[in-house]
Design a binder for this molecule. Structure first.
Ligand code: COA
Length: 203
């Protein structure tokens, strides 16, 4: 089980969300505390989206990306309809270091898109980041076509070269300044200038 900062919602943290539209329930669970039923539901969600193109979902190495150590899951009734994962890591930026919540596995079931589920599950993940004293920023890379989703949920673009461990070449590193990088300020800090070294594979 992953360690947790004081005051951070535990695996049991769950709250009905009835602000508008269908009733959703968000659940925040440490990776090591995922039940068999959680894993089954996540597998159905991810395989439905990516199995044809990327193969089977592996919770400990999802499509070659780094695994999450905290999962935010959004249920509609008993059905898992959305997920945001993050993993804490100290990364290098320019001449300094920051602790990020490397964010990945952002996915809403196709039948539930466009009705606010993505915003809800992201908002709960961001609340968890803010309550964790160790985390300074959320961090993610994404396709250009989804930048506006992240911008409308509180993320901001940073323009920098990013270096990370290759997902395909063992021992290799990759540097890129093309793909969108977005950060979420979880601590009232300013993102430092300079090249980013993720010190691991991306999320
Ligand atoms: C991206 C995704 C998570 C959005 O979920 P969603 O439930 O449809 O999003 P919401 O209904 O909560 O929309 C929130 C806002 O984001 C915008 N938005 C939603 N999907 C978007 C998309 N694909 N591209 C750009 N903007 C998008 C909405 O217009 C809305 O903005 P507004 O409130 O300012 O009008 C969902 O489309 C998805 O799972 N896509 C496939 C997986 C994927 O691409 N994940 C991202 C990997 S980096």
């Amino acid at each position: 089980m992953t360690g947790r900062a004081e005051g951070v919602p535990t695996a049991a943290a769950s709250a009905p969300d009835q602000r508008r539209g269908p009733t959703y329930r968000a659940l925040v669970v440490d990776h090591g505390d995922l039940s068999g039923a959680h894993l089954d539901a996540l597998r159905v969600l991810f395989d439905g989206e990516y199995r044809a193109t990327h193969g089977d979902w592996d919770p400990d190495r999802p499509y070659g990306y780094s695994p999450a150590d905290v999962h935010t899951m959004l249920f509609h009734g008993s059905m898992l309809v959305g997920h945001v994962g993050f993993q804490r890591r100290r990364v290098a930026v320019g001449t300094t270091e920051v602790c990020v919540a490397g964010t990945g596995g952002v996915l809403v079931h196709p039948a539930r898109r466009g009705e606010g589920a993505g915003r809800r599950v992201m908002s709960r993940a961001q609340e968890t980041m803010r309550l964790d004293d160790r985390i300074e920023f959320g961090y993610l890379g994404c396709r250009p076509d989804v930048v506006s989703f992240y911008e409308s949920t509180g993320w901001s673009r940073v323009h920098a070269t990013e270096r990370h461990v290759s997902m395909v070449t063992p021992g290799g590193t990759t540097a890129s300044s093309d793909g969108p990088i977005l950060i979420f300020d979880a601590s009232g800090s300013r993102w430092p200038q300079g090249e980013i070294d993720l010190r691991g594979t991306p999320w």
